[in-house]
Design a protein around this ligand. Structure first.
Ligand code: ASP
Length: 322
């Protein structure tokens, strides 16, 4: 090879490192910031299965719950930026910077976004033997003796925490809050009547609602869900302007090579196109995003917009964590 050719070959190699070209050559870990069996875990496992098919390498789910999802996010922010550690996280990524005074990472700087994954409404649900038969009765019961009612959430910054915080400030009553590591364990305790109430993503409640294992009061969406046709919207049930949609995004640590992010984005896009993914999510009132939303730009825009949107709401509620 003459010198000129050799230097061309060298600069091509430098532009795209061989490791990034061949990626992935071993299993990828997808960190999940909540316990197994909950909505984030469900979305993660469905997505990881589909991505395994298109990447040709196993995408393994690892649950790392705690502190409303910030423990897993901090771990992912510090991980080697080589594409072998990625993170799925929800709306909590955008509320953490305001809720947590000592957050070790800045979401918009610490991650290379891969794309949005899903959207799902929340549902206000209770143990199966809870007496109130509709949302107005539920609100009356809470107001009569709010501290006697236990409300479960998945830690500060979890969607169940946000929904509970908004619900309590809207009705002007504080229930006794019980923190868990995720809505998987909450659902077990709710079905067993060990806890009174929670607000959880339809992803996690649809199955139990259809099987009458828990009581449902409302879905926090503008319209009823096809998978849950009998569940009224919050507005129909007497709580107007109470809508909450929980979105999930997929992230890699900042500094992950562009070539690797491109492969992960393409694989995520294949997942949101996958008919099997649609079918599994349809049954649990969860919507895969469009291919155009399963992109780094769409996630970056959503994350930035939501950080700005939640800041004043959280500051008004005045609940922070260290
Ligand atoms: N996503 C749930 C929440 O935010 C937690 C979980 O996925 O287990 O409350």
């Amino acid at each position: 090879m003459n010198r000129l050719l050799a230097s061309f070959a060298l600069s091509a190699l430098i532009a795209t490192p061989a490791a990034a070209q061949e990626y992935p050559t071993k299993p990828i870990t997808m960190l999940v910031p909540f316990a197994a069996g909950g909505p984030t875990d469900t979305v993660a496992r469905i997505t990881a299965d589909a991505m395994t098919k298109s990447l040709g390498q196993q995408v393994l789910v690892e649950n790392l719950p705690g502190a409303g999802g910030t423990i897993a996010a901090a771990r992912a922010a510090e991980a080697e930026p080589d594409g072998y550690t990625i993170l799925i996280h929800h709306i909590g990524m955008s509320t953490a910077p305001t809720l947590y005074r000592q957050l070790s990472f800045k979401p918009l700087e610490a991650f290379a976004p891969i794309g949005l994954v899903t959207e799902a409404p929340m549902t206000i649900v209770a143990r199966p033997d809870f007496a109130a038969s509709n949302l107005s009765e539920l609100i009356q019961t809470i107001k009569a003796d709010s501290e006697a009612i236990t409300y479960a959430n998945a830690g500060i910054g979890a969607a169940s925490h946000l929904c509970g915080m908004l619900f309590m400030s809207t009705i002007g009553a504080q229930m006794t809050t019980v923190p868990y590591k995720g809505n998987g364990p909450i659902m077990t305790d709710l079905m067993g009547s060990q806890i009174d109430l929670t607000c959880d993503q339809a992803t996690n409640t649809a199955g139990a609602l259809k099987a009458n294992q828990i009581k449902g009061y409302a879905v926090t969406a503008a319209e009823r869900q096809k998978a849950l046709p009998d569940l009224p919207t919050t507005a129909e049930a007497g709580l107007p302007n109470f809508e909450l949609s929980v979105w999930h995004g997929l992230y890699a640590p900042a500094g992950t090579p562009d070539e690797v992010i491109k492969k992960l984005t393409e694989s995520l896009q294949a997942a949101v196109r996958d008919e099997n993914v649609h079918k599994r999510l349809d049954d649990i009132a969860t919507l895969p995003v469009t291919e155009a939303q399963a992109t780094p730009d769409a996630l970056k825009e959503r994350l930035g917009g939501e950080i700005t949107r939640w800041k004043p709401i959280i500051e008004a509620a005045g609940q922070f964590a260290d």
